[in-house]
Design a protein around this ligand. Structure first.
Ligand SMILES: CCCCCCCCCCCCCC(=O)SCCNC(=O)CCNC(=O)[C@H](O)C(C)(C)COP(=O)(O)OP(=O)(O)OC[C@H]1O[C@@H](n2cnc3c(N)ncnc32)[C@H](O)[C@@H]1OP(=O)(O)O
Length: 235
């Protein structure tokens, strides 16, 4: 097993009231949903230049309404359950991220399963998922599988194999499984399959090595984590 630092499997205590946090999560989720619809409409539309200019003006106005304090780099939002639980602005799973599909994550007997359907926002070759996006889905789920197993780590190596193109607008299943550890190294396998067509045939597979930073590196890399731990302890 890893000899690195241990973190809580889920976040619980917070500095903000539970009800207030739930309101915040619901609002973040709603805005994320609308933004994803906007991004998808943007990459699919053939609207006229006039319309695109008017929309750009409207979006600029809306952006100006996102006022208030801006989180500092590395600051972990109170709504997050870092590192094992939901992260609201993750580009893969974040309900609040306009970039995220977002992938839903479920526990499986021996790892994690993710489900999502990708569309124009994540297109690479016409009609198919961008290879970098497939890698991003796998990297995230494989990283989360490490954390879910109680050994959080950062990717040091991710070897991808693209067996078949991944269709857009097709429900996908992503699987990540920790296969072993060696000191601070965690070995993880992952795959992407279609949930409808030939669900047994892997379209993409990945082998990853993750490393739990030692306690000094962890403190240096993630100063925001200290505040989360303090928040947890305050309950
Ligand atoms: C605290 C954890 C945070 C958790 C975040 C959860 C987020 C979840 C979301 C997931 C988000 C998605 C995920 C993301 O996006 S993670 C973001 C992308 N990844 C990174 O930015 C990581 C960058 N790398 C580093 O910062 C350092 O390498 C770290 C700090 C990780 C280790 O530096 P450190 O100086 O401490 O370690 P070491 O150099 O002594 O090496 C230690 C061992 O590892 C072996 N090794 C090294 N490299 C490789 C390699 N390429 N193949 C095979 N093995 C390799 C090495 O030989 C040694 O083994 P041994 O000789 O002892 O046998």
């Amino acid at each position: 097993m890893s000899d690195g630092p241990r973190f809580p499997r889920t976040g619980t205590g917070t500095g903000t009231g539970t009800e207030e946090l739930e309101h915040q999560k619901a609002a973040i989720t709603r805005l994320g949903h609308e933004l994803r619809a906007l991004v998808e409409a943007t990459v699919r539309t053939d609207a006229s230049p006039d319309t695109l200019h008017r929309v750009a003006d409207g979006v600029r106005t809306v952006t100006g309404r996102l006022t208030g304090r801006r989180r500092a780099r590395g600051e972990i939002p109170e709504v997050d359950e870092f590192p094992a639980g939901p992260r609201f602005y993750s580009p893969v799973t974040g309900a609040g991220s306009p970039l995220a599909p977002p992938m839903r994550v479920m526990a499986a007997d021996d790892g994690l399963i993710g489900e999502c359907t990708l569309a124009g926002t994540h297109e690479g070759p016409p009609g198919y998922v961008h290879g970098g996006v497939s890698a991003m889905l796998l990297d995230e789920l494989m990283g989360r599988a490490c954390a879910a197993a109680g050994t959080p780590g950062l990717t040091v190596s991710l070897q991808m194999r693209y067996h078949r193109p991944v269709l857009l607008e097709t429900p996908l299943r992503i699987i990540a499984r920790v296969t072993g550890t060696d000191g601070r190294k965690i070995f993880v396998n992952g795959s992407i399959t279609s949930r409808t067509a030939a669900p047994d045939a892997s379209l993409v597979t990945a082998e990853g090595v993750f490393v739990t930073p030692d306690p000094d590196s962890t403190r240096a890399l993630f100063p925001g984590l200290q505040r989360v731990m303090a928040r947890e302890l305050r309950g």
